[in-house]
Design a binder for this molecule. Structure first.
Ligand code: OGA
Ligand code: MN
Length: 290
């Protein structure tokens, strides 16, 4: 197994390994990287759904968001479909739910930040990739935090943000929420500056789900989120990934933000995502699998 940096500020790439048959030391290194490097790229894999779930369990307990079950019902529980291809294998039409969900993913976010125990690692496995565009970008919110002046770090450390699933969904034209949806994912508070439970490093927790920052008006909240997001997403803090079939990317939602980039919607882009629980309190919206 060979390891190399992914981007100047963060990230690692592991080559020459099959994640289905790792030695103990390879497994330890891959787990450590997933908890400290922000983004880990492992090319050349070919995992079944069950094998992806097994790989995901290296990082913790698998999470399932109950509210997404209907959309992902053709996959094993715990697998989220990130694709533009329907169950019959056809590319879906422009206005469909799958396309609207992928539009939501194009805003900078941290997966499941609208839950108390927002995801620690997420894992994407690419099955089919587009020939142009469709990259995923990650920004290191640790490197971005470190680069702030100390007074700004101190000011931000005193702030709490509300993360609301409906705030981001509404921006993407979703309105058909049920009572059950609201009951399962009520808005949750998170500190704006978080401390990584494994490395102890500080990071900014932002993203499209932030609906309010305490003590601020809506306009002030939006302005601060926009300013801090722009700071985090400067080129020196960003890694942009061009997908190849067989790629696995493990990322840490506690130290990065990410977003998808547009692609020709008639080209097939098929990926599977899994995620594990974070360190927070388990809420009613989630279910443990295996
Ligand atoms: C995700 C996500 C972005 C993309 O799967 O969590 O945000 O590029 N994906 O598909
Ligand atoms: Mn995401």
């Amino acid at each position: 197994m060979k390891v190399a940096p992914l981007a100047p500020a963060f990230g690692l790439r592991f080559e020459g390994v099959d994640v289905r048959s790792m030695s103990d030391s390879e497994r330890r290194e891959i787990i450590r990287a997933g908890n400290s490097a922000g983004v880990v790229h492992i090319p050349g894999q070919s995992l079944s759904e069950e094998e992806q779930l097994e790989f995901t369990r290296l990082y913790g307990r698998i999470r399932v968001l109950r509210v997404n079950r209907a959309r992902n019902s053709r996959r094993l529980p715990g697998i989220v479909e990130i694709s533009n291809v329907d169950a019959d294998g056809n590319v879906v039409p422009p206005g469909s739910d799958m396309i609207r969900f992928s539009k939501g993913n194009m805003m900078w976010h941290s997966d499941y930040s609208y839950t108390a125990d927002w995801a620690a690692q997420s894992i994407l496995h690419a099955l089919e990739a587009v020939s142009k565009g469709g990259e995923t970008e990650w920004a290191s919110t640790e490197a971005a935090y470190d680069a702030l002046p100390e007074v700004e770090q101190a000011r931000l450390s005193r702030l709490t943000a509300t993360h609301d699933r409906f705030h981001s969904r509404i921006k993407n034209g979703f309105t058909d929420f049920t009572e059950e949806d609201y009951r399962l994912t009520p808005p949750v508070p998170h500190p704006l500056v978080t401390t990584h439970p494994v490395t102890g490093r500080k990071a900014l927790l932002l993203g499209s789900h932030v609906s309010a920052i305490d003590g601020m008006s809506e306009t002030e909240t939006e302005a601060l989120v926009a300013e801090l997001t722009a700071h985090c997403c400067q080129p020196q803090f960003v890694y942009s990934h061009v997908w190849m079939p067989g790629d696995i990317i493990v990322w840490d939602n506690r130290s990065t933000l990410h977003r998808g980039r547009p692609a020709d919607p008639t080209e097939r882009r098929v990926m599977r995502r899994t995620a594990v629980f974070g360190e927070g309190v388990e809420g009613p919206e989630v279910q443990v699998v295996g």
